[in-house]
Ligand binder design. Structure first.
Ligand code: THU
Length: 133
């Protein structure tokens, strides 16, 4: 078991996940530049596309607290291999994280993989692409 406090927070919030349709509970935790930690779990819906990912929940909690700078991310699920954020969540994380921010992906049985935001989302679409000459 990792002693990464962010991973422990992700593991704890995963218990609250509402995933009756996939039976795949996910927990996510974000540490911000202030040192505060925000957590989220996936919340599914009978109208399947309306479900939200754990990472999105953690980002929403962060913004609700008035914080917008991600310093570190952890995600955990009960999976054979560490679960990477889905494509949409990679873009959501990139909105608030620089490319060198570490994302720790873990399995409930102790597996772990670390990647940066840039490694997860190379060539990200960003605000610079929308600048007009
Ligand atoms: N899920 C997350 O919450 N985060 C991820 O990084 C991958 C997938 C959720 C969405 C859905 O509730 C379930 O896992 C199965 O896709």
């Amino acid at each position: 078991m990792s002693d990464n406090p962010l991973l422990l927070a992700a593991r704890a919030v995963r218990e609250s996940a509402y995933a009756p349709y996939s039976n795949f509970k996910v927990g996510a935790a974000i540490r911000t530049s202030s040192g505060a930690v925000f957590t989220g779990c996936n919340v599914e819906n009978v109208a399947y596309p309306e479900g939200t990912c754990a990472e999105a929940g953690a980002i929403a909690a962060m913004a609700a607290a008035g914080e917008y700078v991600i310093a570190e991310v952890a995600v955990i699920a009960d999976s054979p291999t560490p679960v990477p954020p889905c494509g949409g969540c990679r873009q959501k994380l990139k909105e608030f994280a620089s490319g060198d921010v570490r994302v720790t992906m873990a399995t409930t049985d102790g597996g772990a993989l670390e990647m940066t935001v840039d490694q997860l989302l190379p060539g990200a679409f960003g605000a610079a692409h929308m600048e007009k000459d």
